[in-house]
Structure formats: C-alpha cells, structure tokens
Design a protein around this ligand. Structure first.
Ligand code: 13P
Ligand code: SF4
Length: 305
C-alpha cells in the first residue's frame, strides 16, 4: 500500500512541477520521499532558489511561511495546515512591538522559529546553524532576541561584549530534557559523545561535546571517530544519522519516543498525497507582512555569507 502511495506521490509531483522539502524532524517515510531534507537554513535557501512552481513543505508553519516570504511567485503547500511550533507561538506581534518601544536602540533578532507577523518587526532572522556567524557580523551592542531564551542564551555566551535582552520563550520539547537523563546515558555509555541542539537548557548544553543545529549534529557524528552518541534533540534526526552512519549507535535522553515534536509528526504519506492531488493547504502571507518579513530573511542570508 505504501509503495503504491509513494509512486503515486512521485507521479503527481512531476505533473504538478513540485518539489518536496522536509525537515530532519519529519517521520522517516517523509524524509525518504523528499527531494531535499535539511535544517531550517538549508531549506530556506532551497525554497528561495528552486525552479519548481510548487513547494510542498513537510515541516511546521513558520517553515512554510518563510518559503512563501522568500518565493512569493511559487505556490507553497503544507500537508498539514495546523502543524505549528509551540515556540513560535510564544511571541506575539503586539508583544514584540511593545518590547521594541522599551528598547529602541536594540537590534531586533528573531529565531526563524517565529511567525511571519513577528518577523515583519525584526531586523534579522537567524537559524541555529547561522546565528553565531550573523551576530558576529553585526556591530550593535544591544540585542533583543526572541523567542527562544535557550538559543538566545547560547548565542549570548559567545558575545560577552554585547547586551542581550532575551524573550522568555522556548521549545517545550527540547526544554524538558533533564540533566539526569543525559547523566544516566553517559554512565551506561562512557565512550559516547554528547551532541546537543542549542534549544536545550544551559545545563544540557554544558554537557555537550558538540552544540549545534540538526545539520551540525549530523556532520559531527558522521565525521567523528566515536561509535556511540547521546543525542539531545528531536528523534526524527535518527533517520539521517543512521542512514549516514549505519554502524554507529545513537541514544536519546528519556528513551525512545521521549523527544518528539507532535506537530512535526503530523505529516503522513496520505496527507502529503492529498495535498498534491487537491493542491490544498496553500500558505498565504499578507503582502505587506511578507514584504517586511522578507527583509529579516534576506538579512539572514546576507549576514551568513
Ligand atoms: P535546525 O534544523 O535549523 O537546527 O532547527 C531545528 C528546529 O527548531 C526545527 O524546528
Ligand atoms: Fe517548534 Fe520545538 Fe517542534 Fe522545532 S521541535 S518545531 S522548535 S516545537
């Protein structure tokens, strides 16, 4: 049945002149069928540069919105309309406007995990793979960073000369990883390297042999000679880790199934097929919001060069 569906999706994709993009947290069967799989930064570049008329974004809403902001002439579809991001929803447009009034001198920097409405009020967006480079390329001393207090704290540690005002948001999935869960795995696997996404709390980051984005974690595990790794991020990353490193072992704090983003897991082969068949769940971003939000994404690409 699945094979049948997979070939129907591939056929439809050609008919529609579509490209399928998937984030590393998507279910394995979705990563397997996607044309491009990557971290938030990589996928934003593909969405900007691809030649197809239709982008089917297997991810969450802020990713689909970013694709539409960068490529307004393309039709951007999402297999699931209500696949959101708890962190992105922690910063509202109104609250950002109020914060900016309080800190008029600050450069307003948003994690790409934010809504289009919020991006429209920000000077530059960052991703976990580009944030350090971008902050190193700006001269401003005062930085208003939102919505992730954990990624913000991680960046701030690298720029002691700057003053960071951190929003009090987080990814509840990464934020709930406990020190005791990592310690337990380290005791069971003393030779394992610890790989941590910067959306984790400081206590977890400080246990990391490597801290970085999903693509950074995959690169580190692939290039490092260790055979075992403790991975503090969403479990969907296991598909690519295992594909690139079939002989290595990966352990997740809290055990199998503990670090899962429910919204990322809403995509199925069935809803992906239906999206392409009916050309449904189109991402729409109001034009004046899009134009302002585009500025923050263009600055992200420019300052990461
Ligand atoms: P990266 O893949 O860019 O590291 O980000 C992870 C993420 O927050 C996706 O929701
Ligand atoms: Fe948002 Fe966290 Fe899910 Fe990423 S893993 S989409 S940050 S809720």
């Amino acid at each position: 049945m699945n094979e049948n569906l997979v070939s129907k999706i591939k056929e439809l994709k050609k008919e529609r002149n579509a490209i399928i993009l998937a984030h590393f947290y998507q279910p394995p069967e979705i990563q397997a069928i996607a044309d491009e799989v990557g971290d938030s930064y990589y996928l934003s570049e593909i969405a900007r540069d691809c030649k197809e008329e239709v982008i089917v974004f297997c991810g969450v809403k802020f990713m689909g919105e970013s694709a539409k902001i960068l490529s307004p002439e393309k039709t951007v579809l999402m297999p699931v309309k209500n696949a959101g991001c708890v962190m992105a929803d922690m910063a509202s447009e109104k609250a950002v406007i109020e914060m900016k009034e309080k800190y008029p001198e600050a450069l307003t920097v948003c994690y790409i995990n934010s809504t289009a409405d919020v991006k429209a009020h920000c000077d530059v967006s960052v991703t976990s793979s580009s944030a350090l480079k971008i902050l190193g390329n700006v001269e401003n001393k005062q930085i208003l960073f939102l919505p992730d207090r954990n990624l913000g704290g991680y960046i701030a540690e690298h720029f002691p000369e700057k003053e960071f005002i951190l929003w009090d948001g987080c990814c509840t999935i990464h934020d709930r990883i406990k020190e005791s869960e990592v310690t337990e795995l380290k005791e069971a696997h003393p030779n394992a390297k610890v790989l941590v996404h910067p959306e984790c709390r400081k206590e977890i980051r400080s246990m990391g042999d490597f801290v970085g984005s999903t693509s950074g974690i995959i690169k580190y595990a692939t290039e490092n000679e260790a055979k075992e790794f403790i991975v503090a991020t969403e479990e969907g990353i296991l598909y690519e880790l295992q594909k690139k490193n079939p002989d290595k072992k990966f352990y997740f704090p809290g055990g199998n199934g503990a670090i899962q983003c429910g919204d990322m897991k809403k995509t199925t082969l069935e809803n992906l097929y239906n999206t392409l068949l009916n050309m449904e769940n189109e991402v729409i971003v109001e034009e004046n919001v899009r134009v302002n939000a585009l500025n923050s994404l263009l600055n992200m690409h420019k300052l990461s060069e």
